[in-house]
Design a protein around this ligand. Sequence first.
Ligand code: ADP
Length: 261
Amino acid sequence: PVDQVLTVQMVPFDSTRKLLLSRDITQLDRIQTVHRDFIANVSHELRTPLTVVGGFIETMLDMPDVDAATRNKHLELMYDQTQRMQRLVDDLLTLSRLENGMQMKEEEVDVPQLMRLLAVEAEGLSQGRHTVAIGSIVPARLIGNHDELHSAFGNLVSNAIRYTPNGGTITLHWRIESGQPVFAVQDTGIGIAPEHVPRLTERFYRVDRGRSRATGGTGLGLAIVKHILQRHQAQMAIQSRLGQGSEFAVRFPMQRLLAEV
Ligand code: ADP
């Protein structure tokens, strides 16, 4: 109703309060911008495959008598696009679950065993195009969540494969540095220019959009990794050289280490 009046109570405040208030507003603005960008990105990412699928359906409706081979080609292309949307929605759901701060079940994670599983999965992904190796490995377990770590390490491994040309090598490491357990994935891939490194864990940030898409990326992998690592109080260091390769190393706090007796 128009006759409703909003009354604001004026309270005197000192300059520090004013400063705090303006800082909060700036912070709020930033959050709102990030939120708006996110919605715009999601919409865009979903719209592209939808447009492609819609286009093919239209073509097929216009040409009902097309030969079987062409029809199958169209169906395959549409299937690829639906798979892409599926991956995006799955990643969005994972992110949202992590952001809701659901409590994490802590258990003993046998990292050497997980690494062997990751190596088998990496070979499946690579389909013989890369060498997958286990470098250093210490018989140490970790206190954390098995499924979350599987997903975080798996993302790093699949990135290593996707950003390494055929014939390259992916090496997994599980080592102790200054008493802290470190899991690392090293590749001999395309590398990352230094100016991109600080932004890689932002949602939808990609160095090369085309390459990310062509290899099935959603642009959300490292954002998911970041959340999972935060929940484990772990830190990720990225070392990379353009054209030579990268290493993504995850360092856990000492207290999470369970040394084998
Ligand atoms: P995407 O689905 O695009 O791979 P990610 O969040 O997993 O999204 O990664 C963000 C970007 O970081 C990628 O688009 C790619 O540009 C870069 N990146 C990630 N891992 C590597 C790697 N091992 N080598 C080179 N670039 C990488």
